[in-house]
Design a protein around this ligand. Structure first.
Ligand SMILES: Cc1cc2nc3c(=O)[nH]c(=O)nc-3n(C[C@H](O)[C@H](O)[C@H](O)COP(=O)(O)O)c2cc1C
Length: 174
């Protein structure tokens, strides 16, 4: 798919078909995660690939939406806090690194006709238990992965004039 088309076509899929994801497609998605840039190339992340079959009840504890467990797979990006690059003023790039990893996977999935939905509003404590995430790692982002069973709505976005400014922040809005 051409890049512009891919960006326009990706949407948050909130209904999935139960068909399995072929291993070759999953591999391409995980390879996109592996090639994602991270601050200082620390690669402070793990991707958990979880089957939903037979785990519906425990996964519902993580994120209580029917569509979360409709897809055959759930991907969870975890950050390794101590391995992340930290700026001199204390700011950690961990969440940004994780978001880039997730975005690479989500675009790679869309490129292959697979649906995803960014999920941050999950129960982190339940995620730790269900995915056995150790204390030095943090579950940061999740997505189901499977064939879409819904259709996109028109994108609601602000205009470029509201999002982009030239040279400096607009006067009067500081
Ligand atoms: C960081 C992040 C967290 C999100 N968390 C959730 C979530 O917990 N649940 C959900 O249904 N959608 C979640 N979304 C999806 C957004 O609501 C969605 O991307 C946005 O409304 C734009 O719609 P689109 O993805 O269809 O273009 C999240 C998106 C991002 C980028």
């Amino acid at each position: 798919m051409e890049f512009r088309e891919l960006i326009a076509k990706r949407y948050s899929v909130r209904a999935y078909r139960p068909d399995p994801v072929e291993p070759e497609r999953l591999e391409r998605i995980l390879e996109a995660a592996r090639l994602a840039p991270t601050a200082a190339n620390r690669q402070p992340f793990r991707v958990i690939v979880a089957q939903t079959a037979g785990r519906t009840e425990e996964l519902r504890r993580v994120y209580h939406r029917d569509w979360f467990v409709q897809a055959p797979l759930v991907l969870c990006v975890c950050g390794l806090t101590a391995q992340a690059w930290v700026r001199r003023d204390g700011w950690s790039a961990l969440a940004v690194d994780a978001a880039i990893v997730m975005d690479h996977m989500i675009l790679a999935a869309a490129d292959q006709g697979l649906g995803t939905c960014w999920i941050a509003n999950f129960d982190a404590g339940a995620a730790r238990q269900v995915f056995r995430i150790p204390a030095d790692a943090e579950p940061l982002l999740m997505t189901p992965l499977g064939l879409p069973a819904d259709a996109p709505s028109p994108k609601e976005r602000k205009g470029l004039g509201q999002l982009v400014c030239c040279e400096r922040w607009p006067a009067g809005e500081e």
